[in-house]
Write a protein that binds this ligand. Structure first.
Ligand code: FAD
Length: 609
């Protein structure tokens, strides 16, 4: 046995206690924790490959470089009819570590109310109180450097952080001074500044990154949950292996105990042979929001009418599979600006100024300092509706008066409509208060790699719902991916109000110091209709697919119960971003790690019975 990374088929065991589909963010988290017990054997089948620790994979300097690469599934959505018919590119990690290897390294949590909504939906233990121990368990937080605390006023609260988890979180060794302009601007508009986002992600705050303080490289599922455990003999990870379907025992849901899944079938791309991996106890699907429902549907678990259309034998009629697809739609508003005295450089200069880049590179490799350590945003604001617009009541009222299924896809099943109705009721109740954010504003440190002064804006709790559906029985074909962004028109109206708030933000003395000039939407666009049209023409995905195997009661379109067990089965769980019934108002990765940690405890406890 060579250790954990399997090279040849012959190294595999005849069967494993647990077979995990997908060695991504959640998959590696669960695999690691389950294999802590030496009497347990775990196999992870991952379609992607390990990265080579190249700049694009692990350094902030090359952030974004893995998108559209061999590490990306390169998904293209259906034409988005509510966004002027534009198709979207939806990057998703196809690598050891999954999307945590591709992502923007922002590491923030949702507000407590975001998770309390999950509990409101009928999921005991999945509210803030139930999840906080797992947020902490996954993380080792390194506080900001004293000089950054002194210069920028970064605050933090140790009581809400973890200090011996596997994911490293903290701040880069270099912080662009323009971050302070954003924080000051928000403050001048009366926006609250919480002590630490990890406990109360509302208002304007400093957000850490998934960065290893030892060497300022990316901390991701691979480095956190796999690299340090190579050699753990009971954990096998097999990459470049694509799972095509689940294998079921000759029994059915009607028995009352639920269907038993005995393993999975998989292929090596380019090889027609179908292999089988057998599970003694459970199969866990962690293939992510797009591919988890695809595998379920290919296996005969999903909406009956879809399966019958494709002549797939219906094992479990579960209409929620692939529905309830949620994402954060976002838009960039661009300002140009003039060189100013107090700002020597911004991110964009690394590409424009070769000598500064070379100097920064040398500094990075000599002592891991300087701009090469920075890149992903550290300043964000998550704002409740009433803090950025005085039209909160009218906007929420517009959602209230809609018929429940009015903006869902045509032909939605009654259970799916009932689920949305419940979501709407819970969301409206929370969004009317001041403990749930409606909008996120990200300050890209005064510049990103492409634009001089971009403000990124995104709806945190959209009411639009998309779907994922297979349209062929070929397991290697991409499924239909339809975000349906903007299908609920009120989501777009939230953007219009955010554009107005952003203009107020730009007018504050702190941002005026940077001498901004509005390029988009452009000063001539002022009316609701014009700004709405601008949103439709420019919105895109923020790469946060979620919700397609929702954890909620079966009768309202749920796919898994609160133990993450797929309805109608007795040993098939889903553990990834697809189980989130409602997308939290945050970037998703910290929540996915917490889900993985909590799932591992649930599975371990079940295994003892
Ligand atoms: C470009 C980008 C930027 C992002 N930026 C941020 C950010 O800055 N901060 C943040 O918090 N979040 C961010 N996110 C979101 C976050 O990274 C994801 O929500 C999270 O990593 C998803 O975890 P997961 O376990 O659900 O799926 P993944 O991590 O994607 O894992 C799924 C795994 O399953 C594998 N797989 C799929 N199908 C099969 C199959 N049939 N057989 C075998 N294996 C299969 C995939 O290859 C993949 O490795 C970003 C995401 C992307 C894509």
């Amino acid at each position: 046995m060579l250790g954990t990374l399997i090279g040849e088929q012959e190294q595999l065991l005849d069967s494993y206690t647990y077979v995990i589909v997908g060695g991504g963010t959640a998959g590696l988290t669960v695999a690691n924790r389950l294999s802590e017990d030496p009497d347990t054997t775990v196999l992870v089948l991952e379609a992607g490959i390990p990265d080579r620790k190249e700049c694009a994979a692990i350094l902030q300097r090359c952030l974004g470089g893995t998108m559209r690469s061999v590490y990306d599934w390169n998904i293209t959505t259906e034409p988005q009819i509510y966004l002027s018919g534009r198709r979207q590119n939806l990057p998703i990690g196809k690598a050891l570590g999954g999307s945590s290897m591709l992502n923007g390294m922002m590491f923030d949590r949702g507000a407590p109310s975001d998770y309390d909504m999950w509990e409101d939906l009928g999921n005991p233990g999945w509210g803030w109180a139930g999840l906080l121990p797992y947020f902490k368990k996954s993380e080792t937080f390194t506080p900001p450097k004293p000089e950054h605390v002194a210069r920028f006023g970064i605050t933090y609260d140790p009581s809400v952080h973890g200090f011996d988890g596997y994911v490293q979180s903290g701040y880069p060794n270099f912080i662009y001074p323009q971050n302070k302009n954003f924080q000051d601007a928000m403050k001048s508009l009366g926006i609250a500044q919480p002590l630490d986002q990890a406990g109360e992600a509302l208002g304007a705050f400093w957000s850490p990154n998934t960065i290893d303080p030892k060497n300022m490289t990316r901390s991701y599922a691979r480095s956190a949950y796999f690299d340090n455990f190579v050699g753990r003999q009971n954990l096998h990870v097999y990459t470049s292996r694509h799972v095509t379907k689940l294998i079921t025992e000759d029994n059915d849901e009607e028995s009352g105990e639920g269907m038993e899944i005995s393993g999975v079938e998989y292929v090596k791309p380019g090889d027609a042979t179908r292999y089988v991996a057998k599970a003694k106890k459970e199969v866990i699907i962690s293939a992510g929001t797009v591919h988890t429902p695809q595998i379920l549907q290919l296996s005969g678990i999903g909406r009956k009418s879809l399966l019958e259309k494709l002549s797939i034998p219906v094992l479990i009629d579960l209409p929620g599979v692939g529905q309830n697809f949620q994402d954060h739609p976002y838009i960039m508003l661009i300002q140009s600006n003039q060189p100013v005295d107090n700002v020597e450089h911004s991110v964009i200069d690394l590409d424009r100024n070769a000598s500064w880049d070379a100097e920064s590179k040398a500094l990075f490799y000599s002592n891991r300092e300087g701009p090469w350590t920075a890149g992903s945003p550290n300043s964000v604001a998550f704002l409740p509706l009433s803090t950025y617009t005085d039209k909160a009541e009218a906007l929420l009222g517009a959602y209230t008066t809609q018929e429940p299924g009015q903006h869902l896809r045509d032909g939605s099943e009654p259970a799916v409509i009932a689920g949305f109705q419940k979501h709407r009721q819970i969301l409206l109740n929370r969004l009317a208060g001041t403990h749930t954010a409606a909008m996120e504003f990200i300050w890209l440190s005064g510049a990103n790699q492409r634009f001089q002064m971009p403000f990124s804006i995104s709806v945190t709790h959209p009411f639009s719902r998309g779907f994922i559906e297979i349209n062929s029985t070929d397991p290697l074909a991409a499924p239909i991916v339809d975000l349906r962004t903007g299908s609920n028109p009120v989501d777009l109206n939230l953007f219009v109000e955010a554009f107005r708030f952003n203009r107020r933000l730009v007018q504050t003395p702190a941002i005026q110091e940077l001498v901004p000039t509005e390029l988009t939407p452009g000063p001539l666009l002022r009316e609701d209709e014009e700004l709405g049209q601008f949103a439709r023409a420019n919105l895109s995905t923020m790469f946060h697919p979620s919700g397609t195997s929702a954890m909620q009661p079966r009768e309202i379109g749920g796919v898994v119960d609160h133990n993450l067990m797929v309805y109608g089965t007795r040993n098939l769980r889903v553990v990834d971003a697809s189980i989130m019934p409602l997308i939290p108002g945050s970037h998703l990765v910290s929540t996915v790690y917490a889900i993985g940690e909590k799932a591992a405890d649930i599975i371990k406890a079940a295994g003892k019975n």
